[in-house]
Write a protein that binds this ligand. Structure first.
Ligand SMILES: C[S@@+](CC[C@H](N)C(=O)[O-])C[C@H]1O[C@@H](n2cnc3c(N)ncnc32)[C@H](O)[C@@H]1O
Length: 397
């Protein structure tokens, strides 16, 4: 299914005609199954199920292509969300939500401005069923409309999303009693949400338990609707692979392993380091993966406390500027951002990485490094270096 999703994301980027070609190649069945999987992932019908103690409500999602169609019956009730089963206990026949398969793919994975204004067609149960209920004073329960509304919102790309909600929902500690990172991620990543991106996170979670973790990968998958998410962990996490989520087993302190991973899956637009938090590992990963980051990419490093604590993560507070520890290493780059202003420290001014770092942002335990061309030029530094008379100064060379 991952290949199918990748193909749909890629073709939706190019437009409706390319999606149609992908559907022709793969067949409606495979494309529709993949899209329905994504619709249900984003709709969170399980919330409605959890709030329900008696009612059962069903919908049929139908995706069409030329004269073919493929449908899935979804029932929501106290027993959860069931797919493919007749709606046991539902006393109203299912509503049918119909959408052209290519329009659905464009709505889920296409650029926002190309999402069709023609949302899905909603075919409510017949007036013969519905009107007598109204007249007799037993209108449909809230659940009946809520299930349809959630799916329609997904197909209109209209589901509101906030990272803190997603962190809690998917069980990552990025917002928890431990950390409050989502406010910063929201600020830095919100403008990128609708782009087609590759996001790589070091540290899948769950440590040695092959089936545990993956909370943040799922959060990124939902936050970036067109994103492909890659998770690197020292442990084998393949059991957590899902459509748009791929895990890779690699040690972040091994530059070769990281390089070959980046060659195979990159270039990444975002890298997040939430792995071992040991300074030598963090620094090695940065030195290896930052150069492979896409132009204008963002590199985030979490849990900077690892830089300070000898008891945990082998950190140190002895020399807060030491480049051997994560925070000192990052601090060095702050002067690099201003490399064009350095008049005397030629060695620092000449470090090639300076020209690739557009900005650095520090928050409590979290840093972002923005990749981008940093060669704005500095008229004052030019004058001070080469023509002080331009500033009315004596020659100070
Ligand atoms: C804090 S958890 C990640 C949590 C996850 N990012 C989240 O927010 O849900 C750290 C993960 O890093 C992994 N890890 C530890 N040392 C590593 C290393 N040297 N290379 C790669 N991953 C490592 C651990 O196995 C663990 O699963």
């Amino acid at each position: 299914m991952t290949d199918m999703v990748d193909a749909l994301v890629e073709s939706a980027d190019r437009g409706y005609g390319d999606v149609a070609a992908t559907v022709e190649r793969a067949g409606l069945r495979s494309a529709a199954a993949s899209l329905i999987n994504e619709i249900l992932f984003r709709a969170h019908l399980e919330d409605l199920a959890a709030a329900e103690s008696t009612q059962v409500s069903s919908v049929v999602i139908t995706l069409t292509h030329r004269d073919q169609e493929m449908s899935a019956l979804v029932s929501v009730g106290p027993e959860g969300v069931e797919i493919g089963r007749a709606s046991r206990g539902a006393d109203i026949p299912p509503t049918r939500i119909v959408q052209d398969v290519c329009a659905a793919a464009m709505a889920l994975y296409g650029p926002r401005e190309r999402v069709t204004s023609a949302g899905p067609e909603i075919r409510w149960p017949s007036p013969r069923t519905m009107l007598p209920r109204l007249v007799s004073g037993s209108p449909p329960p809230r659940l009946f409309h809520a299930v349809v509304q959630r799916i329609a919102q997904v197909l209109e790309r209209d589901r509101p999303v906030h990272l803190t909600d997603l962190a809690v929902r998917h069980g990552t500690d990025k917002w928890s009693f431990l950390h409050q990172y989502t406010q910063h991620y929201q600020r830095h990543f919100a403008p990128l949400r609708d782009r087609r991106l590759k996001i790589c996170e070091i540290g899948v979670g769950g440590y040695g338990d092959a089936e545990a973790g993956g909370g943040s990968l799922t959060m990124w998958k939902e936050f970036f609707p067109r994103g492909l998410v890659y998770g690197v962990d020292i442990a084998d996490k393949r059991a957590l692979d899902r459509p748009r989520i791929t895990t890779i087993q690699a040690d972040q302190s091994d530059p070769e392993a990281l390089r070959s991973m980046a060659e195979k899956y990159g270039p990444f637009d975002i890298v997040i380091d939430d792995g071992s938090h040991m300074s030598p590992h963090v620094i090695t990963s940065f030195k290896t993966l930052f150069p492979c980051l896409a132009e204008n990419g963002i590199y985030a490093i979490e849990d900077l406390h690892g830089s300070y604590w000898p008891q945990l993560f082998e950190g140190s507070e002895d020399d807060l500027n030491s480049p051997d520890f994560t925070v000192g290493f990052l601090k060095q780059m702050v002067d690099g951002v201003n490399h064009e202003e350095l008049l005397q420290n030629e060695e620092k001014a000449a470090d090639p990485i300076n020209k690739l770092i557009k900005g650095i942002h520090f928050y409590h335990n979290l840093a972002f490094v923005d990749k981008g061309r940093n060669e704005e030029g500095s008229p004052f530094a030019f004058a001070l270096r080469e023509a002080p008379e331009l500033l009315g100064l004596q020659d100070i060379r």
